[in-house]
Every structure is written in C-alpha cells, then in structure tokens.
Design a protein around this ligand. Structure first.
Ligand SMILES: [Zn+2]
Length: 151
C-alpha cells in the first residue's frame, strides 16, 4: 500500500484490530495510517470535537471535516495503571502505565487520551507541556505524547 491509496473500510478494520472502527471514527484511523491526528471540525461554526460524533455537538451541523491538529497541549488528567487490558509493549508489572488526557492547543476543552512515552512516571504531571509522537502498535502507527522540555 502506498500513502496515496486510501485504505478501504475492511483494510482499516484489519490494521487496527484493537479498535472498533465505525462510520464516525474511520477518518480518525485513516489519519493514523499517515501519522496525522485528525479531529472532526464543523464546517459551520468551525469548532473541533472529539471523540467523533455524527453531528457537531455545538451547533448540530452535520457537515464535518476531518482536520489535522498539532497534537501539542498540556496534560489535563493523568492516571497510572498498575494493571489493565493486555497491550503491545505495555508491562504493568515493570512500571505503572501512564494514561493522560491532553487538552490540545487548538481549542479549549478539545482533549485526546493516550499514553506518555519516553519518561519516568514521576515526570508525568498535570499541566506539563506535551507534543505528539507516533509509535508502532501491531504494525500500524499509534499516537502517543512526549514531554516537551521547558527552556
Ligand atoms: Zn458546529
């Protein structure tokens, strides 16, 4: 598959066996294959929302455009899982697995939840600046956050 080919719905389901792909979120996962985090943006009021819904939660307009976001933001909520569902590359016994909800810089209240890679659990703090990065999960890109060094 080359990047210019748009994967079919069936291919998407194959590439993301851990996700439940539906009509509303398929544009999100198609973006992941190109390492692009896209959120539905309302064509009318221009507000983003996530997770994907069939209509804009602000104005109920159904004209939604999957639009790339920067993935930069601040940690709004942090949890540390000591046990949980099996996930590739996650060893709960070795270290607590951080799960963070990040408020993205594009819009107040626009949040995305994933993990933080490449740092010790004690470095994960509410209010910390993060940026988006991509790791491999079962052969497909998966969005994670990394801490941004404050200068
Ligand atoms: Zn709207």
């Amino acid at each position: 598959m080359t990047l210019t080919e748009i994967p079919s719905d069936a291919e998407l389901v194959e590439r993301f066996p851990y996700a439940s792909i539906d009509h509303d979120n398929k544009a999100l996962y198609r973006g992941w294959l190109e390492k692009s985090l896209r959120m539905n943006r309302c064509d009318d009021c221009q507000r983003f929302h996530h997770p994907p819904k069939p209509v804009c939660p602000s104005c109920w307009c159904s004209s939604l455009v999957p639009s790339e976001v920067s993935g930069r933001g601040t940690i709004h909520l942090a949890m540390f899982l000591h046990q949980g569902p099996p996930a590739p590359g996650v060893d709960y016994a070795k270290a607590p697995h951080p799960v963070v909800t990040v408020e993205l810089e594009e819009q107040e209240g626009l949040r995305f939840t994933s993990t933080v890679a490449g740092c010790a659990p004690e470095e994960v703090r509410i209010g910390a600046l993060v940026e988006l990065d991509w790791v491999d999960r079962l052969g497909a890109p998966f969005p994670v956050f990394r801490l941004v060094e404050k200068s």
